[in-house]
Design a binder for this molecule. Structure first.
Ligand SMILES: NC(=O)c1ccc[n+]([C@@H]2O[C@H](COP(=O)([O-])OP(=O)(O)OC[C@H]3O[C@@H](n4cnc5c(N)ncnc54)[C@H](OP(=O)(O)O)[C@@H]3O)[C@@H](O)[C@H]2O)c1
Length: 264
């Protein structure tokens, strides 16, 4: 098995590679730079990946930022929307052909995209996806996590219609003790510091739903699900709005500069 750790932090990425190699005795593990805040970087990553002529059986769209101050990516997009959603949207679309070629009947390629229960309070504002008119860091994070869920459902529908052997699901890891909380207000930091051992999942526990989605035989051929604690569950009502899903898809294609039939 060949494993690629894609990320924007080379030292952390290389450390992860080393740990996986030690734990698995698999030498086919490598780090490749990927900055999801940059569409240019996403395209460069896919170019590097394609040059390796590898198959792709599992893609985990895991990266995120949370509660960052209002900032724009190099492409001029709001940072939560750019990193948590648009970067993954482009990455997935550009890797779709390889995923399709790698999957087969009884052994589908799998895409897993991380969302959060925060999506339940998210509002998708198609007229202001970049939160230019009104910015709240919580609202922007929630919108990006709702967009991820809607993209997943829309993509699964496209893949199903064309009979591809690729499935795509959302994983919600629950509340996990990670660096994601680095931008929360200090009272929350104190609360987390005092209670994390009791109330928060460990990173290993937090990863379990993504791993379940990625490798469980029970998930073979199953897509379009919102998974929480290894169970299929309902996402926010608005996430099932197919008209809104399509509109988001069309706008996203324009924002990243791809044809809106690129995954079909
Ligand atoms: N922790 C929770 O309670 C929780 C709850 C619900 C959902 N989630 C979701 O679970 C996923 C994993 O989060 P986590 O808790 O493991 O947080 P984390 O430890 O902060 O991991 C997020 C990762 O994303 C990377 N990242 C940020 N910006 C990036 C960029 N521009 N390009 C490439 N990589 C970038 C970060 O790299 P750097 O370290 O270099 O910044 C970090 O490695 C996220 O999608 C998050 O929304 C987490």
């Amino acid at each position: 098995m060949h494993v690629i750790i894609a990320g924007n932090n080379e030292s952390e990425g290389e450390e992860a590679v080393m740990k996986i190699k030690e734990a698995t005795v698999n030498e086919n593990v490598e780090f490749i730079h990927l900055d999801l805040a940059s569409l240019r970087s996403v395209r460069q990553f896919v170019k590097t990946f394609n040059a390796k002529n590898l198959q792709l059986h599992v893609l985990i769209n895991n990266a995120a930022v949370m509660l960052v101050p209002q900032r724009m990516s190099e492409d001029g997009y709001e940072e939560h929307f750019a990193v948590n959603y648009l970067g993954h949207f482009l990455l997935t679309n550009l890797l779709c052909d390889t995923l399709k070629q790698s999957g087969r009947d009884g052994c589908c390629s799998r895409i897993i995209t991380l969302s959060s229960d925060t999506h339940f309070v998210g509002e998708l504002n198609l007229n202001d996806l970049q939160s230019r008119l009104h910015y709240s860091s919580h609202g922007a994070y929630a919108q990006s996590k709702l967009a991820v869920v809607m993209f997943t459902y829309q993509l699964q529908q496209v893949l199903r219609q064309e009979g591809s052997h690729v499935t795509v699901n959302v994983a919600d890891p629950g509340v996990v003790n990670t660096d994601l909380y680095r931008n929360v207000y200090w009272p929350m930091k104190v609360f987390k510091w005092m209670t994390a051992w009791l109330l928060f999942k460990t990173p290993e526990q937090g990863a379990s739903t993504s791993i379940y989605a990625a490798v469980s035989p029970q998930m073979e051929g199953i897509g379009g699900c919102y998974l929480y604690n290894g169970q299929r569950t309902k996402s926010a009502d608005v996430s099932y709005d197919e008209e809104l899903q399509k509109k988001l898809w069309v706008q996203s294609c324009k924002l990243v500069g791809i044809s809106d039939t690129s995954c079909s």
